[in-house]
Design a protein around this ligand. Structure first.
Ligand code: GLY
Length: 429
């Protein structure tokens, strides 16, 4: 192929946002994709048994891996082994996400601030009399975002720990061990560093909204909305410098350990009240965040960044010149519309209305759990169904534009759930 081409692995809102940000001049294949990518004229949804062979057979010159499970399975290594540039961490670098105990000992070795942590392999190692409200239990492995529990009672702490270790629930991610962490409080920040293993650049910080319902109540979810960048009232210049230092120590540490980290590293931080507001690493993820990607890549694209070249350069030498002179002086917000029954048991098959309406300038719909049926209807097909994303001069304007297209006269489906307070921390009171 002489034109630019890419194979994107994944089917969520994050992958739809990645696809959009690459630009319409890139020929894109998405495996397996969703209804949103299916409707784009430069995109083909595919389901190959072997994505590496598909990329080779079709002369595709760049692969982008969205979800963590593929990183943990070593897919990026397989693309690199056949000489196809890939945006994705190697399996060994990806242990920062796939093993919480690895991440904790890495931070310990490299002087990176984290909550006090200990890894246990037996339920008897939870000290008698431990205040359940003072700890967080994390199953060591990948658990589809369900491996973290904040117990409310001693009984819940004991039962959860026992079940995690026995591999009951939590996708079996606790069988190799459970990390018991000190419970901190404070605002959370999602920080993304693009890196080629040596050089790095920080993308605008964002905040996710994990609880299902407006007002930060209800069960935890994969993320009901996000916004970026964060104002200085939320992250000060001093805290920003400390976060950048954490990113540098992480990338330098991975290189020094012989497992250089390429692509994007997602550093989940808390500005911990217990540490005077200093950033503390709560978790690493070896991928872009979902839904943070919907706002960050929308901001980059809106600012005129060549996202394709920027992401591709992480596989060789990071091309920071692509960000030179770029000012992120707008704000992006994304609001999730989730299915009835999400997160416990999302209902599938509800028809989605309003997807073909003309959207206000700067408003986009990112599909996640959607399916295009043969009759042309788009139906719900997962827990987080859609994201309405908006970029504007201010967060208030972005929020107003996004919310203006959600509801009975805009995008809607039966049983739709969404929060009305995304970005509330930064919006006018
Ligand atoms: N935004 C949370 C995640 O991607 O894990």
């Amino acid at each position: 192929m002489s034109e630019r081409s890419a194979l994107i692995i994944g089917n969520g809102g994050r992958e739809h946002a990645i696809v959009k940000s690459l630009g319409e001049d890139v020929k894109i294949f998405v495996a397996p994709g969703n209804a949103g990518t299916a409707k784009m004229s430069n995109v083909t949804n595919i389901a190959p048994d072997d994505p590496v062979a598909f990329a080779q057979d079709n002369g595709i010159d760049f692969a982008i891996i969205g979800p963590d499970s593929y990183i943990a399975a070593g897919l990026a290594d397989k693309f690199r082994a056949v000489g196809i540039p890939v945006f994705g961490a190697s399996q060994s670098a990806g242990r920062l996400e796939s093993s919480k105990s690895f991440a904790s000992s890495f931070m310990e070795r490299h002087g990176i601030p984290q909550p006090k942590s200990t890894t246990v392999h037996s339920a008897s190692e939870l000290a008698v009399g431990t205040d359940p409200l003072s700890i967080v239990l994390k199953a060591d492995g990948l658990a589809l975002g369900k491996g973290v529990v904040l117990p409310e009672t001693s009984e819940e702490a004991q039962t959860t720990l026992k079940e995690m270790l026995e591999g009951i629930g939590y996708e079996g991610a606790g069988k190799e061990g459970v990390v018991i962490q000190e419970r901190l409080s404070g605002p959370e920040v999602s920080a993304f560093a693009l890196t080629d293993g040596t050089n790095f650049v920080m993308l605008p910080f964002s905040q996710d909204h994990k609880r299902l319902k407006t007002g930060d109540v209800g069960p935890n979810t994969g993320g009901m909305g996000a916004y970026a960048p964060l104002p200085e009232s939320i992250v000060s210049a001093d805290q920003t410098a400390k976060i950048n230092e954490i990113a540098k120590k992480t990338i330098d540490g991975m290189k020094a350990d012989g497992t250089p980290y390429q692509s994007v590293i997602y550093i989940g931080l808390m500005l911990a009240e217990q540490r005077g507001g200093d950033p503390v690493v709560i978790e690493y993820n070896a991928r872009f965040g979902d839904p943070e990607t919907q706002v960050i890549l929308t901001l980059l694209q809106d600012a005129g960044v060549d996202v394709y070249e920027l992401l591709k350069s992480t596989d060789s030498t990071l091309n920071t010149s692509l960000l030179e002179g770029i000012a992120f002086n707008k704000t992006a917000i994304t609001v999730c519309e989730a299915a009835d029954g999400y997160p416990e048991s999302p209902r599938k098959g509800d028809e989605i209305f309003g997807l073909d309406a003309t959207l206000p300038t700067g408003v986009f719909i990112h599909n996640a759990g959607t399916k295009l049926e043969e009759n042309g209807k788009v139906v719900t097909n997962g827990g987080r169904v859609l994201y309405v994303t908006s970029v504007a001069a201010s967060i208030d304007e972005a929020a107003a534009n996004a919310y203006s297209v959600i509801g009975d006269s805009g995008v809607h489906f039966d049983g739709m759930q969404y929060r009305t307070d995304i970005g509330k921390q930064a919006r006018a009171k």
